[in-house]
Design a protein around this ligand. Structure first.
Ligand SMILES: *Cc1c(COP(=O)(O)O)cnc(C)c1O
Length: 490
């Protein structure tokens, strides 16, 4: 099944749209601005609509199927979020409008800041960063500014555990810090001995993902934070895994000094395909003055009964590191996350995490007899299995993932975290039913058996997609939009 390309469908003379006869005088367009030999396909409107609708349905999406892409929290995105984000009062604003005319939006941002403070246990929040990775950059810049203000410029070392997401060392290095990799111990926790060896007067901080990318809650997290603090460093929390903690543990209470949230993961704003996302950053009291400018504040309090609402405004914190994003960040994502939080409420958000953890442990329990799980203990919202068997030496995690597509599932995350061989990182999220989890488990179990009995089924997968295995780098970097069949490998 190969989709025809738009240019293959072209028939000379077909027209999709006719402009009305002009009722104004025709203007001369300078010759050199008009290209004569533009090879646009000639099609009826309906051909174009069908072509693109068909193409759009070839994508796997959370609206069409299960998407257990570990670390990415591909939960269902409630459609109500889209409705609120499209309300004209939000969607048609201009960021340069006078603040008196955008009070409703500022109120929404203010409340979102307050809720994120409450959820994470922090004293201040910036909503500006465009995604988790930019939140990390912002957080490390805050740590750097904090030490500069204290005259401790020798603190240039950021420790990053070997299980970390690649963005952690990248953002630390971009901030001008020296990145030191920290080993994990054999239970998947930060290795305390390795940490101790790095605790000196050059330590700026530790970037810790908790639960970590193995889906495990660090059993020594309080000890880890205490050690960093005693050495004079600060602790950055990668909050991408907040979906395991809502209403249960507040990172600020554990001692984290700064943490980013991924609204597009935990709070259900759509992602994949490159964004936009939103990566607010929460900070403890000693970092509030350094937050990016502006933050939303209350300029004049309202009265108790809200007869007179407060007057919201924008403020620059006294030692601000400056802007990290144009205007106010990705406001549409804030509206979606705000809607999500309002719908669930305090009790509901806790249930989100409880079910996310339950679902992951259920899948783990169903799969551990069939796949080796190297750090096998109660997991949080995700777990990491190995996609290899000693008696099926040719099979790799990638083959398992590609075969899953034949069963209608999106593959789990492959080859991350790096400390597990042939890793398959599985995150079901709370929005899936037991029935879907069972169907996925059955498919995984079947694939484990195929890997031994009919390995070529895995090697030749996916079979049901129009294109098979592409060169993943070239497919993105040398995009072929219109050409002969040579672009496909079958
Ligand atoms: C997704 C993720 C990030 C980066 O977040 P983006 O919003 O994709 O930039 C960082 N760390 C972990 C553990 C993640 O899962």
């Amino acid at each position: 099944m190969l989709e025809p390309l738009l240019c293959d469908l072209s028939v000379p003379g077909r027209v999709g749209f006719r402009f009305p006869e002009p009722d104004v005088p025709l203007a001369e367009i300078p010759e050199n601005l008009v290209r004569q030999n533009l090879p646009l396909p000639e099609l009826y409107e309906v051909d174009v609509v069908r072509h693109f609708t068909r193409l759009s349905q070839l994508n796997h999406s959370i609206d069409t199927g299960f998407y257990p892409l570990g670390s990415c929290t591909m939960k269902y995105n409630p459609k109500l979020n889209e409705e609120t984000a499209r309300l004209p009062g939000f969607a048609h604003l201009h960021p340069m409008q006078p603040i008196e005319t955008v009070q409703g939006s500022l109120a929404l941002m203010y409340e979102l800041q307050e809720w994120l403070k409450e959820i994470g246990g922090f004293a201040g929040v910036t909503l500006q960063p465009a995604a988790g990775a930019q939140g990390e950059l912002t957080g490390i810049l805050l740590i750097r500014a904090y030490f500069e203000a204290r005259g401790e410029t020798q603190r240039v070392k950021i420790l990053v555990p070997d299980s970390a997401h690649g963005t952690n060392p990248a953002t630390s290095a971009m901030s001008g810090m020296h990145v030191i990799e920290l080993k994990s111990d054999d239970r998947g926790n930060v290795d305390l001995q390795a940490l101790k060896a790095e605790c000196d007067e050059t330590l700026a901080g530790l970037m810790l993902t908790n639960p970590n990318t193995l889906g495990l809650f660090d059993e020594n997290v309080e000890e880890v934070i205490r050690m960093v603090h005693e050495a004079g460093g600060l602790v950055y929390g990668d909050g991408a895994n907040m979906n395991a903690l809502l209403g249960i543990v507040r990172p600020g209470d554990l001692g984290f000094d700064v943490l980013h949230y991924n609204l597009h993961k935990t709070f259900s704003t759509p992602h994949g395909g490159g964004g936009p996302g939103s990566g607010p950053v929460g900070v403890a009291a000693h970092l509030v003055d350094f937050l990016p400018a502006p933050v939303v504040t209350i300029l004049e309090a309202g009265d108790e009964g809200m007869e007179l609402p407060p007057l919201y405004g924008l403020e620059s914190p006294p030692k601000s590191i400056g802007r990290v994003k144009s205007f106010h960040g990705h406001f549409g994502m804030m509206v979606r996350a705000y809607t999500y939080m309002r719908v669930y409420g305090k009790e509901g958000l806790r249930k989100v995490s409880e079910y996310a953890v339950l679902n992951a442990n259920y899948l783990l329990a169903r799969l551990r007899a069939h796949y080796h799980v190297p750090y096998d203990r109660v997991c949080m919202h995700e777990f990491v299995a190995e996609g290899r068997w000693p008696d099926a030496p040719d099979i790799h995690a990638l083959d398992i993932s590609k075969r899953l597509m034949d069963y209608g599932f999106h593959p789990p995350t492959n080859y991350f975290p790096l400390i597990v061989h042939e890793s398959l990182m599985i995150e079901p999220t709370e929005t899936e039913s037991k029935q879907v989890l069972d169907e996925f488990a059955e498919a995984m179990i079947k694939i484990a058996s195929e890997a031994h009995s009919e390995p070529e089924l895995l090697k030749n997968a996916p079979q049901i997609t129009p294109v098979g295995r592409l060169d993943e780098v070239k497919a993105a970097k040398e995009l072929v939009l219109c050409c002969a069949v040579g672009a496909y490998n079958r």
